[in-house]
Design a binder for this molecule. Structure first.
Ligand code: NAD
Length: 357
């Protein structure tokens, strides 16, 4: 297969972790006989330094032409005094919008080898955690109209509108069911249908989509219960699908219980199946350039790219297996040293994964 990929290494540890993920991609492409074309573009602080803008038009054009976009991280203290639209983070929000990324896939995976880093009781996580949160990203209460603040009869009001139309629900539901087909074939749709009209529509449309996927088991859960169940017994979930607001909260909750921010990848997809793949952590300016960063979130984001944008399941599994092997052999970057092991730097961790492939 030919893969045309744009790399956006960005700032801080972005370039060093991206370098390791690219080495892994090249090894997989070699091993399985694929052609990879890589183009590097600017985003965030480095783009501000070079062009005055966090998202140059050249970057947007290249990303739109690519089959997939791979991002390191953006931001850092150097650009913290800039405001709003000129900040590095504006580049990230801008590219998400330009690419029409409506679905955010956030796996919260705890490898059993790292279970001592987890915040939950050992008996709950002895086999690790493997939950995928699929969050709607471009609709719901964050964008619904009307929204604003006004004074009515001398009292100040603030309001937002939680709104979804059936097309928006249908496409995110399909994304969740497609993801479940590549996993354990279970979807839990999270809503607040006991209170919210918008959730009643959400639930009805998710049920309609479920009929297209007879192999996938669908359940529904209210968001307050889901927040509890995620910490009580995360492994009851396979794929969780939910709206923008609930997904914002639940995806962070699911991530933090694993205890390892340097291990968590993410994918944001658009309707053509193309997407942006990136670790969930930031640019970690405190350790940038010191060969201390954990490249595994970035490497696992590469696996997500192969699985979700290119449907290369064997290749994605090979990367994840290689990561697990390296962890089982006891190699650790500083951020995941809680149980001891052999301390390695960013480059060595990347090399070890490449060797295990
Ligand atoms: P952060 O995720 O960059 O760092 C939080 C802590 O986790 C730090 O102590 C850092 O050293 C550590 N850490 C993060 N990733 C790691 C890795 N791969 N290996 C080892 N340790 C790691 O979050 P922050 O400190 O709140 O933000 C720093 C900068 O990153 C800010 O400018 C922020 O705006 C930006 N940011 C960018 C993104 C993104 O690009 N998607 C996301 C979050 C924050």
């Amino acid at each position: 297969m030919d893969m045309n990929i744009v790399l956006l290494p960005g700032d801080g540890i972005g370039p060093e972790i991206t370098e390791q993920a690219v080495a892994v991609l090249k090894k997989v492409a070699d091993k399985f006989g694929h052609n990879v074309t890589l183009t590097e573009e600017l985003i965030g602080g480095c783009a501000i330094d070079a062009t005055g803008k966090p998202l140059p038009q050249e970057t947007v054009d290249a990303c739109k032409k690519a089959d997939a976009v791979f991002l390191g991280a953006v931001g850092g203290p150097k650009w913290d005094n800039l405001d709003g639209a000129t900040r590095p983070e504006a580049g990230l929000l801008g590219i998400r919008k330009e690419l029409g990324l409506f679905a955010n896939l956030r796996p919260a995976k705890l490898f059993p080898e790292l279970s001592s880093a987890c915040f939950l009781r050992p008996d709950i996580v002895e086999n690790g955690i493997d939950v995928m949160v699929v969050r709607e990203l471009t609709g719901g209460i964050y964008f619904g109209q009307p929204q604003g603040q006004e004074v009515r009869d001398g009292i100040r009001y603030g309001y937002n509108t939680m709104v979804y139309n059936e097309d928006e629900v249908r496409r995110i539901a399909r994304t969740a069911f497609e993801a479940a087909m590549k996993r354990d074939k279970r979807v839990c749709s999270v809503d607040k249908a006991n209170v919210l009209e918008v959730s009643r529509l959400w639930r009805a449309v998710v049920e309609e989509v479920a009929a297209e996927y007879p192999e996938v088991e669908l359940s529904h859960m209210y968001v307050d219960n889901a927040a509890m169940q995620l910490v009580r017994d995360p492994n009851q979930f396979d794929v969780v699908v939910t709206g923008n607001l609930f997904g914002d909260i639940l995806s962070d909750e699911a991530a933090v219980i694993t205890g390892s921010i340097g291990m968590l990848p993410s994918a944001s997809l658009n309707k053509s199946g193309s997407g942006l793949f990136e670790p969930i952590h930031g640019s970690a300016p405190d350790i940038a350039g010191q060969n201390k960063a954990n490249p595994l979130a970035s490497i696992l984001s590469m696996a997500m790219m192969l699985r979700h944008s290119f449907n290369l399941i064997k290749e994605a599994n090979a990367i994840e297996d290689a990561v697990q092997k390296v962890l089982r052999e006891g190699y650790r970057t500083g951020d995941i040293m809680s149980d001891g092991g052999t301390l390695v730097g960013c480059n060595t961790m990347g090399n070890l994964v490449v060797e295990r492939l």
